[in-house]
Design a protein around this ligand. Structure first.
Ligand code: SF4
Length: 256
């Protein structure tokens, strides 16, 4: 029986994909983002062990609240580190007609085997990928996450080539990502993709800092402020957030 290492659940998630969603936060992440809200998800062998059946049963209890847009999201941690579980879980959810979303940092992505075959299998049962593009510049990305961005950008390209719906998420961090040059470069990269349905700019907050303290890990961004509304608007403007929202609205109007 396939099991997952789970950090926690959110029964009424409203910021992790379309509509109201049941969110499964999985254990395990190899990135070390300086602003991570959940450093307690990093260890893959921590958390609770749950079977696919247990999680499906728990999720489906909330189905009446999902409406036509909601469903289930797997976030983390990094869901792509638990592929066997993800495939079985999403396959079962699709059999139930549930909308499925993955919120991923993309770090495990490679076009090499055995990963790519598993990824392709998972994509058969995945309606939407929310991909965090944390920095467009590789050196800066390494500074921010301790990880390269080359395979993550390739993940975005691959999802575009294969026509998988994708939302891009970008955390705006003063001195790291809140810089017009980087934002324009990110915009230019996104403009090469044909599958992006939405861009979300998430202003940096030190919400997870207390967890770093509890875990005895120095929090490097302790003096970093949340960006101003002006800077947030500036980033949204450069990345063209509004045009995606208008497109979404026009598609919704056409459907109704
Ligand atoms: S990818 Fe997500 S879970 Fe992993 S370190 Fe970064 S913010 Fe934390």
């Amino acid at each position: 029986m396939t099991t997952a290492r789970v950090h926690s659940f959110e029964s009424f998630g409203s910021v992790d994909g379309p509509g109201i969603r049941f969110v499964v936060f999985l254990q395990g992440c190899k990135m070390r983002c300086l602003y991570c809200h959940n450093p307690d998800t990093w260890k893959i062998d921590a958390g609770q062990e749950k079977t696919v059946e247990q999680i499906i049963k728990q999720a489906l209890r909330y189905r009446p609240y999902w409406g036509k847009d909601g469903g289930v999201t797997c976030s983390g941690g990094e869901p792509l580190l638990q592929m066997e579980f993800m495939i079985e879980f999403f396959k079962a959810l699709k059999q139930e007609g549930v909308h499925t979303t993955i919120d991923t940092g993309g770090a495990p992505f490679t076009r090499e085997e055995p990963f790519i075959s598993q990824f392709n299998e998972l994509m058969k049962y995945t309606d939407l990928v929310m991909l965090d593009l944390k920095h467009i510049d590789n050196e800066k990305h390494k500074e921010l996450t301790h990880f390269e961005n080359t395979n993550i950008l390739d993940c975005a390209r691959y999802l575009s080539e294969t026509g998988k719906d994708m939302w891009v998420r970008h955390v705006l961090v003063p001195e790291y990502t809140d810089n017009d040059q980087w934002l324009h470069q990110l915009h230019d990269f996104i403009a090469t993709l044909s599958n992006v349905k939405r861009i979300e700019v998430l202003p940096y907050h030190a919400f997870g800092a207390f967890k770093w303290d509890e875990m005895g890990i120095p929090y490097k961004l302790k003096d970093t402020q949340t960006p101003s509304e002006e800077r947030e608007e500036n980033a949204k403007k450069i990345l063209g957030v509004q045009s995606f929202l208008e497109y979404e609205k026009s598609m919704a109007a056409a459907r109704s």
